[in-house]
Design a protein. Structure first.
Length: 180
């Protein structure tokens, strides 16, 4: 059971919370508000900040959302964060990612049937999240050699940062996985 209340959209009375929930329902692509955001409904400013960070990191930018969600799965697997891993797996499934890829992302990422460029991006994101001090110029150059520019590499780091925080937050409050 979560350590903070889950504020359902129909329970939200604060105008800011209602507005953010409406944006989430419209922009996220699933017509619902995930528990992570509903758990923030008691603090409208925190909710708004985290939604804006998620929106600007995952829903915007040059890298595909699915690739960012894959980074989220691998980071969540490494951190043993069940909530985030399940939410990202569901999102990827809804966007048409094959079951074979979903299983490999969780079971053995290195054997995942993805193109090397995508695997390198995910690998870099995982390293940025779990061992950031080990990133070297060679790691950055490898991504540049694969055709990524600085803004795309920045997106990988921002994605790693976001999902590391999501893991910490959802685990700290014992957030329950959404009923989908």
């Amino acid at each position: 059971m979560a350590h903070f209340p889950i504020i359902e959209p129909e329970q939200a009375v604060d105008p800011k919370v209602q507005a953010v929930y409406n944006e989430i329902q419209t922009e996220l692509g699933f017509g619902m508000v995930p528990n992570i955001f509903k758990s923030m409904g008691t603090n409208p400013d925190f909710l708004e900040h985290n939604w804006n960070q998620f929106r600007s990191t995952v829903l915007q930018g040059h890298l595909p959302r699915t690739l960012k969600e894959m980074i989220g799965v691998v980071i969540s697997q490494a951190n043993n964060s069940a909530y985030a891993m399940q939410v990202h797996l569901h999102s990827l499934s809804a966007f048409g990612t094959s079951e074979a890829i979903l299983q490999a992302l969780v079971a053995n990422f290195e054997n995942c049937p993805l193109p090397e460029r995508e695997k390198a991006i995910i690998r870099f994101g995982l390293q940025a999240a779990t061992q950031p001090l080990t990133l070297s110029q060679v790691d950055y150059q490898h991504l540049k050699d694969l055709g990524l520019d600085e803004s795309e590499i920045f997106e990988i780091i921002a994605t790693a940062n976001l999902f590391t925080g999501v893991n910490q937050y959802t685990d700290a409050i014992a957030l329950e996985i959404d009923t989908l």
